[in-house]
Design a protein around this ligand. Structure first.
Ligand SMILES: Nc1ncnc2c1ncn2[C@@H]1O[C@H](COP(=O)(O)OP(=O)(O)OP(=O)(O)O)[C@@H](O)[C@H]1O
Ligand SMILES: [Mg+2]
Length: 169
């Protein structure tokens, strides 16, 4: 069966964070969310929202850091990684990412996840961010690649239905 995509548009960064928060409230340990799309598309805004939705104190998420991997503790542990600066799998091994991803009872959100294909497990919720059409608008298209992510998308889409738009294609 083809995975069913769901699209949303958000008119502001705040709405993008709200979408992320709604997903964060549903996350279970072991969930994996891959954030894809160009520089400035809104991936970090969304990840911030996810952390808030997980119950992570906002000041913790807002604090600037240059670490590749952030670990937040809310009602569950949330791992947030950004692979933009990586050149490949060897780089990523060196960071301990795979241990953190597989050994900890955490939900995981990764920006630029496609930089290293093996960073993404088989069952992941892939969310693609596109800019426009308006200057502040973003379109998010979420596609599940397995049963767990499909279930999560279904729950999330129900909770944020007012922001849904028809999926492209
Ligand atoms: N609707 C919107 N949703 C999200 N961000 C928006 C929106 N409108 C404007 N913005 C602005 O766009 C920028 C998005 O930046 P953000 O860091 O989230 O992008 P990113 O995808 O993580 O980029 P990078 O690939 O560099 O990590 C922010 O400055 C934000 O305020
Ligand atoms: Mg970012």
């Amino acid at each position: 069966m083809e995975p069913l995509s769901v699209s949303f548009t958000t008119p502001t960064a705040e709405k993008t964070r709200e979408l992320g928060a709604a997903l964060g409230r549903l996350l279970h340990p072991g969930d994996f969310v891959a954030l894809l799309g160009d520089l400035g598309a809104g991936k970090t805004e969304f990840a911030r929202g996810m952390a808030e939705g997980c119950g992570v104190p906002p000041e913790e998420v807002a604090s600037p850091t240059f670490a590749l991997i952030h670990r937040y503790q809310g009602r569950l542990r949330l791992v947030h990684a950004d692979l933009f600066r990586l050149s490949g799998e060897d780089d990523l091994y060196g960071t301990g990412y795979y241990d953190v991803r597989d050994a900890e009872q955490a939900a995981v959100v990764v920006e630029w996840a496609d930089r290293v294909p093996s960073a993404v497990p088989e069952d992941a919720l892939r969310i693609h961010f596109d800019a426009g059409p308006g200057e502040m608008e973003r379109r998010l298209t979420a596609t599940p690649t397995g049963p767990v992510s499909a279930r999560r998308l279904q729950q999330w889409a129900r909770d944020v239905a007012p922001l849904a738009v028809p999926a492209p294609g």
